[in-house]
Design a protein around this ligand. Structure first.
Ligand SMILES: NC(=O)CC[C@H](N)C(=O)O
Length: 208
């Protein structure tokens, strides 16, 4: 574990595939020192980690190629704060529905996630959502969903932070927290609203 001060923690962004740059910028705006993580030594040096949006099957495969998978699972079990966005939410789920053949997750969150849950015809859409602990007393976040998963079932220790508000998927869970793990089905990193990342930075600081 690194010895950064609690005021500005070092947070890694897993940089194997996906929208890494956007997360780096959002973390910096949210008060962290952001670094990219591709090697076990880089993983060992961070106080928290973001699993970006992208393609969960590719990230799953590359985690093995880059020999990061076992170390990352161990650090998650050890309480490392991790924020997963979209594909990252899939990777954090203990149980996966509609995964590709042979696809595995890292696990950690006691949830069942359905991949590409909103259907192939709905590639992306945007909705303004209130999020518990993030938007309290403020405006809702601009939630951009891109071939997004949803949480089909959440265990008793999982705190539901946000649900879809309207349309055929109304009520579906799209933001959760369990201990040091945070996950959203949408992509706050591409909207210029840093409140979700700020929330995660505070979670990392709590852990210091
Ligand atoms: N925007 C995203 O991260 C999409 C996730 C993608 N559908 C997957 O299965 O990983």
């Amino acid at each position: 574990m690194s010895s950064t001060t609690s005021t500005r923690p070092t947070i890694g962004v897993l940089a194997l595939q996906g929208d890494v740059r956007e997360h780096v910028a959002a973390l910096e705006a949210g008060g962290a020192r952001a670094v990219t993580v591709r090697r076990p030594s880089e993983l060992a040096a961070v106080d928290g980690l973001v699993l970006p949006g992208g393609e969960s099957t590719t990230i799953d495969r590359l985690l093995r190629v880059f020999e990061l998978r076992d170390d990352l699972r161990a650090r998650i079990a050890d309480g490392l704060p991790v924020y997963g966005s979209c594909a990252g939410m899939i990777l954090l789920a203990d149980r996966l529905l509609d995964g590709a053949q042979g696809q595995e997750t890292l696990g950690g969150l006691d949830v069942t996630v359905r991949r590409n849950a909103f259907g192939r015809q709905v590639d992306s859409w945007e909705e303004h959502l209130p999020l518990t602990g993030v938007t309290d007393g403020g405006s809702p976040v601009d939630a951009v969903f891109i071939r997004a998963p949803w949480v089909e079932e959440a265990g008793p220790d999982v705190q539901v932070l946000g649900r879809v508000g309207s349309g055929p998927a109304a009520g579906r869970i799209v933001a959760v927290r369990q201990g040091a793990l945070l996950a959203t089905a949408f992509h706050p990193e591409i909207t210029g609203d840093d409140r979700v990342h700020r929330h995660f930075v505070a979670m990392v600081q709590e852990r210091d």
